[in-house]
Design a protein around this ligand. Structure first.
Ligand code: NDP
Ligand code: OXD
Length: 311
């Protein structure tokens, strides 16, 4: 019976995941692409994305366990078997890290910190009028494991918060919208817009000219979802025309961001290198092990992705 794990992740994280597995379940038979053994032994793959040629070589694979919360990078793999269950990370600690990062980003935009950074670099002591959080509307696109917590915590801080999801939601002190009409209503008042949608065929390019035009003049955009949510030319145009005041971007269509890309030096753009939130192997490994156990017991894995919906 096939009972081995194919584990593949970045060098930076590999030893932390392997240590966590060894501590929690020392008997696990863990292989890597370089040390695969008989591919027919593999029943579960654990990875952010597998190297080309891997899926077709694994005849007994029963679960693809993603090490990230977002699975777009896996679902676009033409070799991913159409009926293979795919599970993703849903980790409250990863959500907390995301929320902390997003609150930093919202406050950075709310308090116009980019302007202060420029002034301070020129040794200029300046004050800008302080706007109350209560009078600042933040729109959150995506109210899932990350966006839902973010919306609630921003509201607890005192921001006026509106959120948008595919299905109807109710979150205390947050105005929740859904559907196309809901999006229009949210955009008309979102002065700071945070994107935490998954990348799917429906959301690709959503941060484009039409959406930007629907935001109030002077709005600020924060993208923590995926790079291809943004139409880069439309974003640059909206910033350069002055309709958008600023943008803070953590994710990009091409990562690392290529040399010479206009986002590196644009005065209204702050970038971070896809660091908003990463699952901590010590905290996330138990859910991977639980899914391995479930698959081997013939039970459905937890946190399965709806392959049809794309998230
Ligand atoms: P979830 O799947 O838990 O939540 C997704 C949310 O988006 C849900 O509320 C869902 O609606 C909503 N949604 C999906 N499609 C649509 C649509 N077409 N229209 C309106 N709403 C939609 O995802 P997570 O919160 O766990 O993660 C969100 C994304 O964050 C990930 O997919 C990933 O891309 C990104 N991410 C980025 C990281 C970084 O470091 N920058 C780290 C981790 C994640 P509904 O509730 O109705 O299903
Ligand atoms: C994720 C990410 O999706 O790190 O988990 O981007």
């Amino acid at each position: 019976m096939a009972q081995a794990i194919l584990f593949h992740t970045s060098k930076m994280l590999a030893s932390r995941w392997l240590d966590a597995f060894a501590r929690l379940e020392p008997a696990l038979d863990i292989r890597t692409p370089a040390n695969l053994g008989d591919p027919a032994d593999i029943d579960v793959a654990v990875s952010w994305r597998l190297p080309p040629g891997t899926f077709p070589a694994l005849p007994n694979l029963k679960l693809m366990q993603c090490t990230g919360a977002g699975v777009d990078q896996l679902l676009i793999d033409p070799e991913l078997p159409p009926d293979l269950p795919v599970a993703r990370m849903v980790d409250p600690l990863q959500a907390d890290e995301m929320v902390a990062f997003a609150i930093w980003a919202v406050v950075d935009q709310h308090r116009e910190m980019a302007v202060y950074r420029q002034d301070i670099a020129q040794q200029r002591w300046t004050f800008r009028p302080q706007r109350s959080m209560r009078k600042r509307t933040v729109g959150v696109l995506g109210l899932g494991s990350m966006g839902g917590v973010l919306a609630a915590r921003l509201a607890a801080l005192g921001f006026d918060v509106a959120g948008w999801s595919r299905s109807a939601k109710a979150i205390d002190s947050v105005t929740c919208y859904h559907g196309d009409q809901g999006l229009a209503a949210l955009l008309s008042r979102a002065e700071i817009l945070v994107n935490l949608l998954p990348l799917t065929p429906d959301t690709r390019g959503i941060l484009g000219a039409t959406l930007f035009a629907a935001l109030p003049t002077g709005a600020m955009v924060i993208n923590l979802g995926r790079g291809p949510h943004v139409n880069e030319a439309d974003l640059l145009a909206a910033l350069d025309q002055g309709h958008l005041a600023s943008a803070l971007l953590d994710v990009f269509s091409v990562e690392p961001l290529p040399d010479g890309h206009p986002f590196w030096t644009h005065p209204k753009i702050t970038i971070t290198p896809h660091i908003a939130s990463l699952a901590d192997p010590d905290h996330a490994a138990p859910q991977v092990i639980e899914n391995i156990r479930r698959v081997r017991a013939g039970l459905p894995a937890l946190n399965l992705v709806d392959r049809q919906a794309g998230y």
